[in-house]
Design a protein around this ligand. Structure first.
Ligand code: ADE
Ligand code: ZN
Length: 319
């Protein structure tokens, strides 16, 4: 039995496996510039975040209809459930779809067709987190929030993703303030490739409750102390860090040092179709490569539920 866990850092578009990509390409009459799934898999050789993002955005071309988003989410939920995931807080990137002429409603309602019945079908409770692309403008983020307003019953929170360096969190102060006023929860990617100052800024300027990645906090002892003291959850993605060359090998991953420093770490998969594994695979990989004890693994699993928006949301609703 895999350890029950929550997944808090998962881009639904990053769960697009090559087989499904080709199936959707055929269904939607989209031509992919790869001969077959093997040729596509060979392209999964990244030298950093941007080289991954190029392929990630390119493959989204196959996602066109509500049914496509539903199929994508159902495929993820089935795989996650098999690896012990009981709760998933799922990112999506509406701007990347709207830019291709796919409406916000198509994306959200398509995903919801799977998420709305996920507890019954997969035994996985879910939340949806809408991410803004930080390499797009602040105005575009505000327009995206506006477009999401008819769908806020489906959306729990907002996040910030895409190319990090050169796009500090403060650029998105206004949209985060507007989202907070709407009662949305707030998270942001910070300290994946960007400096520790971006983590501090995400906390102080955007008011985020969790940091996605946060790896580079380890360069600032003062920041580590603050994150540990305030129990700010970090949603780490070890296999992603290796594939995007943020760490050299899994054996070099700072997760043990981060736990020793008292940080509230969780282990997640980020973009599992591209990075070699789902949540359970990430747990297994860190256990093997870093020799984490059973107690440490249980701590990581417990943190994932404590750091989730699950109980707070239910408490809020019952008030
Ligand atoms: N979008 C999808 N995966 C991402 C990651 N690891 N970092 C930033 N943006 C992303
Ligand atoms: Zn991510």
């Amino acid at each position: 039995m895999p350890l029950p866990k929550a997944e808090l850092h998962l881009h639904i578009e990053g769960t697009l496996e090559p087989e499904l990509a080709f199936e959707l390409a055929a269904r939607n009459d989209v031509e992919l510039p790869y001969a077959d799934t093997d040729a596509l898999r060979k392209a999964y050789d990244f030298d950093g975040l941007q080289s991954f993002l190029n392929l990630y955005y390119e493959l989204m071309a196959v996602l066109r209809t509500e049914r496509d988003f539903e199929d994508l989410a159902n495929a993820y939920l089935a795989r996650a459930a098999a690896q012990g995931v009981r709760h998933a807080e799922i990112f999506f990137d509406p701007q990347a779809h709207i830019a291709r002429g796919v409406a916000m409603a198509t994306v959200v309602e398509g995903l919801w067709r799977a998420l709305g019945s996920s507890e019954a079908n997969h035994g996985v409770s879910t939340r949806l987190i809408m991410c803004f692309l930080r390499d797009e403008s602040a105005e575009s983020a505000l327009e995206t929030l506006e477009a999401a307003k008819p769908h806020l019953d489906r959306i729990t929170g907002i996040g910030l993703d895409s190319a990090e360096v050169g796009h500090p969190p403060a650029k998105f102060r206004e949209v985060y303030e507007a989202a907070a006023a709407l009662g949305l929860r707030r998270v942001a990617h910070a300290g994946e490739e960007g400096p520790p100052e971006y983590i501090t800024e995400a906390l102080d300027v955007l008011g985020v409750e969790r940091i996605d990645h946060g790896l580079r906090c380890m360069e600032s002892p003062e920041l580590v102390e603050r994150l540990a003291r305030d129990r700010i959850p970090l949603t780490l993605c070890p296999l992603s860090n290796v594939r995007l060359r943020t760490v050299d090998t899994l054996a070099d991953h700072p997760l043990p040092a981060m736990l020793d420093a008292g940080l509230m770490c969780t282990v997640n998969s980020d973009d599992p179709a591209y990075f070699g594994g789902y949540a359970g695979d990430n747990f297994e990989a860190v256990q093997k490569s870093l020799g984490l004890s059973e107690d440490r693994l249980r701590e990581l699993a417990r943190n994932s539920f404590l750091a989730s928006f699950l109980e707070d949301d239910e408490e809020r609703r019952s008030r």
